[in-house]
Design a protein around this ligand. Structure first.
Ligand SMILES: [Zn+2]
Length: 149
């Protein structure tokens, strides 16, 4: 578009030599540099928004996996071995996920893993106690047999 410039007042294209805009009738006394200045570009803004969207849509695979595994571990805490494996993997993935973004789910996974650990310790303790009671019961049985004889 050589030989043309934009009117700084209305934005219409007018001949470069014009001293008065034929559209808005404004006088063009400014130096050429000012009249040639491009309209304020709003390109930086969309780019910024795009970056933010990318950040939001970024997925924390480890965090998600950690959360899912922790929940599974909690739901299946009554299955021996499976609970240990799920708990360990959930804790591991959540821990890795905490160092990535977004880490909300990874932190949730860590918390659930902690709850899961309490359950597992509780189960371990109760099994130990059951064994203890069984031994005691056997002892009483022996005692009873001895007395009966
Ligand atoms: Zn104009």
């Amino acid at each position: 578009m050589e030989g043309y410039k934009r009117c700084p007042y209305c934005g219409e294209e007018i001949p470069e030599s014009a001293t008065k805009c034929m559209y808005c009738t404004a006088w063009l006394n400014e130096p050429q540099a000012a009249t040639q200045a491009q309209p304020v570009s709003d390109q930086p803004q969309p780019v910024q928004v795009q970056e933010q969207l990318q950040l939001v849509s970024q997925k924390n695979g480890f965090g998600n996996a950690g959360l899912v595994l922790s929940i599974l571990g909690l739901a299946l805490f009554w299955i021996p071995l499976v609970n240990l494996v799920l708990w360990f993997l959930g804790l591991l993935f959540s821990f890795i996920g905490v160092f990535r973004r977004p880490k909300g789910k990874a932190i949730a996974g860590l918390i659930i893993s902690g709850v899961c650990a309490v359950f597992l310790i509780g189960i371990g303790a109760s099994i130990f106690e059951l064994d203890l009671f069984e031994d005691l019961f056997d002892d009483f049985e022996d005692l009873f047999d001895t007395v009966a004889l």
